[in-house]
Design a protein around this ligand. Structure first.
Ligand SMILES: Nc1ncnc2c1ncn2[C@@H]1O[C@H](COP(=O)(O)OP(=O)(O)O)[C@@H](O)[C@H]1O
Ligand SMILES: [Mg+2]
Length: 251
């Protein structure tokens, strides 16, 4: 979609081709996040090919059970499942590979889910963090869309230093992962002794945008109500378009 808009020379809201594609892919986004020095969960990328016993063993040794298995290119928790053992892993991989050639196997973390809204282009700014409290075993499709059951806490109840760090990491991720305009940056927060604190999970470059969704709620709580948020997104799209137009004409 972004490529089509680029070819047409049309101004559009949000990330360009690379940022949109990189963040859609849970393997590539982790590669970039790790290279940028962001803390992430232990994981293994798997291409759709028969997995052997050596791989199953690697999962046990490097990640430990249980694990989360996800298609690289999806969202809304579609194709995401938890596996407790080798048999579960094979079933989960088959499920994930039904949606994408690439899948990712991750260590399962016991963590809170913290999300930050980011707005801007070259000089982005971060909202207050919010928290998702799933009612299911994890934040799955039903929890997200069907029952409206998962609770959203805005702002998240976090120690000020952790909230500040979440905002700082969100800005770093936004820039490293080539985002423009808007993005919602999602983290796991491992609390307590032995916890690793904030771990980058993923970026949504087109986050849910109903008046009740997390992204607009985060900005409303940060002093930017819905209508003004939309004005700002349009302004940012025009700003980037104007900035890039002279370069395009030179080619
Ligand atoms: N490594 C993990 N450990 C524990 N829970 C996880 C892990 N990965 C995902 N989950 C749970 O599954 C949900 C969906 O996974 P996520 O990576 O956010 O994919 P999606 O793009 O579908 O939102 C998360 O919100 C979280 O509740
Ligand atoms: Mg998610």
């Amino acid at each position: 979609m972004q490529g089509l808009l680029e070819l047409a020379g049309v101004a559009y809201v949000g990330s360009g081709v690379l940022g949109s594609a990189a963040n859609m892919d849970k393997v590539m986004s982790k590669v970039v996040a790790a290279a940028a020095g962001l803390p992430i969960v232990k994981h293994l990328a798997v291409r759709d090919a028969p997995v052997d016993e050596a791989f199953v063993e690697r999962v046990g040794v490097e990640l430990g059970w249980p694990v989360f298995v996800k298609p690289a290119n999806m969202g809304s928790s579609v194709g995401v499942s938890r596996a407790d053992d080798a048999a579960g892993l094979l079933a989960a991989l088959a499920g994930a590979h039904a949606f994408d050639e690439w899948a990712v196997v991750e260590e399962a973390v016991s963590a809170r889910e913290i999300e930050v809204g980011v707005l801007g282009n070259a000089v982005p700014r971060a909202s207050v963090p919010g928290e998702i409290v799933p009612t299911h075993e994890f934040y799955d499709y039903e929890d997200k869309y069907l029952e409206g059951a998962a609770e959203m806490v805005v702002p998240a109840d976090l120690p000020p230093a952790v909230a500040e760090q979440a905002r700082e990491l969100a800005l770093q991720a936004f820039t490293a992962l080539r985002c423009d305009g808007l993005a919602r940056v999602d983290f796991f927060y491992e609390e307590g002794p032995g916890g690793r604190g904030l771990l980058f999970n993923e970026i949504n470059t087109m986050p849910g945008f109903t008046p009740y969704s997390m992204f607009p709620s985060l900005w409303a709580a940060s002093g930017l109500p819905y209508a003004q948020l939309i004005d700002e997104l349009v302004r940012l799209a025009a700003e980037r378009h104007a900035h890039r137009a002279p370069h395009r004409r030179q080619r």
